[in-house]
Design a protein around this ligand. Structure first.
Ligand SMILES: [Zn+2]
Length: 247
């Protein structure tokens, strides 16, 4: 099923977004999966000229802008192999369904309700650590002239702070970057295991990079606990759920 699908009428545009669970193992090169996914777009969107857009997620901090001139020239080539290496995309262009695939990492969707910009970003710990949220903020302010107060952020199904177990060197890496990062780690009392609050870290990143806390909406679903979602950490699956946003 699809979670939290929203169909919003904003400033003469419509924006829809949603989070699939394991009802769909989404792969861009799989035409059936694409067809199924496009079936979740609300009525009224022009599905004929719609593109499902995905980046080749590489756990980096690079985000792509699809500008007005962006065209998908060769559908087979595009859908097959030659995806841009990045971990997110932003656009104002209509008819592009931005997709992020995850199975523990955090899908973060953005929309500017005034400038009508949408974005979808894949945030694992590496992207979070290397400033992917700051990059998202910079793209919105510098490229799209967004006022970050107008930007709504939706955090999708991802691993929660009680389930994301990490090692000491992981903690040390974050502390070395900033001692205040300690607050995103906790130990359980009996076993002394260490857990990381990736979503808490990302919310803090959003906040310190100028986004408004009031605009951050967390679906509060842990894909590790909820077996309706895929989780790599739970069973090493190679399957992924998809989060999308379209204008
Ligand atoms: Zn959890």
């Amino acid at each position: 099923m699809i979670h939290a699908i929203k169909d919003l009428d904003l400033n003469n545009s419509r924006i829809a977004y949603g989070f699939m669970d394991n009802a769909l193992d989404f792969k861009l090169e799989n035409r059936d999966a694409r067809k199924e996914l496009s079936g979740y777009i609300p009525a009224g969107f022009n599905k004929k000229d719609m593109y499902i857009y995905e980046v080749k997620q590489v756990h980096g901090n690079n985000i792509i802008v699809l500008n007005k001139d962006f065209r998908i020239k060769d559908e087979d080539d595009y859908y097959g192999l030659n995806l841009a290496e990045a971990d997110g995309a932003f656009t104002q262009k209509t008819g592009i369904m931005l997709c992020i695939r995850t199975a523990d990492c955090v899908p973060v969707l953005f929309y500017d309700r005034i400038k009508r910009v949408i974005g979808a970003v894949h945030c694992g710990w590496k992207g979070a650590y290397t400033g992917i949220i700051a990059n998202a903020g910079n793209i919105l302010t510098d490229y799209f002239q967004s006022n970050l107060d107008d930007v709504i952020i939706i955090i999708g199904p991802s691993i929660c702070k009680n389930c994301y177990e990490v090692k000491e060197d992981f903690l040390n890496k974050f502390i070395a970057k900033n001692p205040l990062n300690q607050k995103f780690f906790k130990r359980n009392a009996d076993k002394n295991n260490l857990f990381f609050d990736l979503k808490g870290f990302l919310k803090n990143e959003l906040s310190i990079n100028g986004f408004n806390k009031e605009n951050i909406h967390d679906l509060n679903k842990c894909n590790f606990e909820d077996k309706n979602f895929y989780s790599y950490r739970r069973n090493k699956t190679d399957k992924r759920q998809v989060s999308f946003i379209i204008i």
